[in-house]
Design a binder for this molecule. Structure first.
Ligand code: KQY
Length: 363
């Protein structure tokens, strides 16, 4: 593994591109952890495989798989999907993989964030997490790109960018005591500017209700294009999600982005509300650490948790009542891209969705 660069992306002229910019590929990781994925992760493996097949070949997919699962993964994935052996603690490539950057000449580099299972010993979801923390460096090495090791805790799902100078995050997440208790909001904002190559950070107060990452922005909203944001929304003012989405809307309606634009906000209906069933909960091994699961638990379902590929958008099917509404709205947001729904419930049972399990590599 090569040593990280000592400079910062911003000082070297690098920026994180928008997800809607061209990709050379997409990375995912194979689920197997039985205290997060029910029935020894077999239904989740089927769900992850379906996501990979929906993204591939628009973005050629590489699946990182632990040594014990290589033959199983290979048998369940079509031959075009590359399988590489990488050990991990769970399967969230958005969070443990590198965040890729580009410069004006088209050179690519990567940011390797410190990962502590969404809260470390304060409120992290499992321990140890050292194999997860090593994933980004491995992926960057396989991609053959140089890497910055950012000096603070962050996951890829905690940020969105518009590729044009603006980042989005939540206070609930990045100011949570389990991540960077020694850093002020202003210091974190400066670090985001340095490591994402942005000039403006838009702070949303909170993420989705019951999100076990402590408020990842990628489960609340997505940036469809510079100046265009899709926000998870409910009209039910008795739903605890209502205030969270309304607070986000209030910020998004008043801010200007780095280029001085007002944002256009498109509302995606929240599915459900959705709850874990007793049968689903019974299939999950009892967790030794933070991921206690139970029947009746509210799930943090959101259609904003989608992946933007080169010629398609892959979004989670979560609720027959709202799936088609979400599809129609996404069609309006992404002219020229096919909108593909893939069953999202098994991924949601593990605590995230399609955006959380994917990581694009810019072209
Ligand atoms: O949403 C994500 N980005 C990750 C969710 C992790 C859940 C672990 N059980």
């Amino acid at each position: 593994m090569t040593q990280p660069l000592a400079s910062t992306p911003r000082s070297d002229g690098f920026r994180m591109p928008g997800e809607f910019e061209p990709h050379s590929g997409c990375w995912m990781m194979w689920p197997e952890r039985p205290d997060n994925w029910r029935l020894d992760a077999r239904p989740a493996q089927e769900a992850f495989a379906a996501v990979a097949e929906a993204i591939h070949p628009s973005d050629p997919v590489t699946m990182a798989v632990s040594p014990a699962q290589v033959s199983n993964a290979r048998a369940r994935l079509s031959p075009g999907i590359r399988v590489v052996e990488i050990a991990s603690d769970d399967a969230w490539m958005r969070d443990t993989g590198p965040t890729f950057l580009v410069d004006a000449a088209g050179t690519r580099r990567a940011v390797d964030w410190h990962f502590n299972a969404w809260g470390g010993t304060f409120n992290g979801l499992y321990a140890p997490w050292d194999r997860d923390d090593a994933v980004a460096a491995r992926v960057a090495g396989i991609e053959g790109v140089e890497r910055y090791r950012a000096p603070f805790v962050l996951e890829g799902g905690a940020i969105h960018v518009d590729g044009d100078g603006t980042a989005f995050t939540t206070e609930e997440c990045l100011l949570s005591p389990g991540r960077n208790p020694g850093l002020s909001k202003a210091e974190i904002e400066d670090l985001l500017k340095d490591y994402l190559g942005v000039e403006a950070v838009i702070w949303i107060p909170r993420g989705a209700y019951q999100d076990e990452t402590t408020g990842h922005v990628d489960n609340l909203l997505h940036v469809c294009a510079p100046g265009l944001v899709a926000l998870s929304w409910t009209e039910d003012c008795d739903d605890p999600q209502f205030d969270r989405s309304a607070e986000a809307l209030a910020v998004l309606e008043t801010v200007r982005d780095a280029k001085g634009r007002k944002l256009e906000i498109v509302k995606l209906p929240a599915p459900g509300p959705l709850f874990m069933s007793e049968v689903e909960a019974a299939g999950i091994e009892t967790a030794k650490t933070g991921m206690a699961r139970g029947g009746g638990q509210r799930l943090a379902g959101s259609y904003a948790n989608f992946y933007i590929g080169n010629d398609r958008v892959v979004f989670p099917l979560l609720d027959p009542v709202t799936d088609d509404v979400a599809r129609d709205i996404l069609e309006g947001c992404f002219p020229g891209r096919e909108i593909i729904g893939v069953p999202g419930r098994e991924v949601l049972l593990g605590g995230g969705n399609i955006h959380c399990i994917t990581q694009q590599v810019p072209a």
